[in-house]
Design a protein around this ligand. Structure first.
Ligand code: URA
Length: 210
């Protein structure tokens, strides 16, 4: 089965990703680029939102216009690195509600388990845009999708900056209905679970905890 992932090849996306990959990138620059990239990826991820026709009073009389149809959005940052992408996405959808998810590995089962979960209501009526800069093993993303689906959400997309094939395969297998939008599909995971060539630890770079 071919991997299902949308890699956004827009020149601005690829240029910003190249700047993010530089070893000596400062915290400030990494944070700014993460927000800028998130904005561009969210633009692509929202491309298929449905529109409906309206008639409004324009300056010269009635005008036929199109507005986004009914569906409300929730943005779902996965702690902690997902917070780095939040402002960029909210620039495009300022009225979106935010559902925050924190996951930690259970050292016995080695599976990610939620330690923080504050989801907005009416998830069955919303499009959930999950944001996490790095899709590595896919464990956190799968657990977050599981959590959203348990609460009734049926329309979910994931926006990541860099994905590893291992993570994409897992998400495709467990949740084939969830599209993944990324700036890059990288080569592989190393023995420490880092994406190669990747960006290093995105959370540390965003928060300056290196
Ligand atoms: N998380 C990161 O921040 N970087 C990786 O390469 C993998 C997981």
């Amino acid at each position: 089965m071919p991997m299902q992932i949308q890699v956004v090849d827009h020149p601005l996306v690829q240029h910003k990703l190249a700047l993010l990959r530089e070893a000596e990138v400062s915290t400030n620059k990494f944070r700014l680029l993460t927000a800028e990239l998130a904005r561009l990826l969210a633009y692509e991820a929202t491309r298929d939102l449905l529109l409906e026709d309206h008639v409004i009073q324009g300056w010269c009389g009635p005008v036929n216009v199109k507005k986004i149809k009914g569906k409300k959005l929730t943005v779902v940052p996965i702690l902690r690195a997902g917070i780095g992408m939040l402002d960029g996405v909210l620039d495009l959808v300022p009225s979106a509600k935010i559902s925050v998810v924190g996951l930690a590995r259970n050292e016995e089962t080695l599976q990610p388990e939620p330690y923080f979960e504050k989801l907005v209501g009416n998830l069955e009526d919303r499009l959930a845009l999950i944001i996490d800069p790095m899709l590595a093993t896919g464990g956190s993303l799968v657990a977050t999708i599981d959590m959203l689906k348990r609460k009734g959400c049926t329309d979910i997309k994931a926006i990541v900056m860099v994905a590893a094939p291992e993570g994409v395969r897992l998400v495709n297998e467990k949740h084939p209905d969830v599209p993944i939008v990324a700036a890059s599909l990288d080569s592989h995971l190393n023995e420490h679970g880092y994406i190669i060539p990747g960006l290093g630890d995105a959370g540390d770079k965003i928060f300056g905890t290196i």
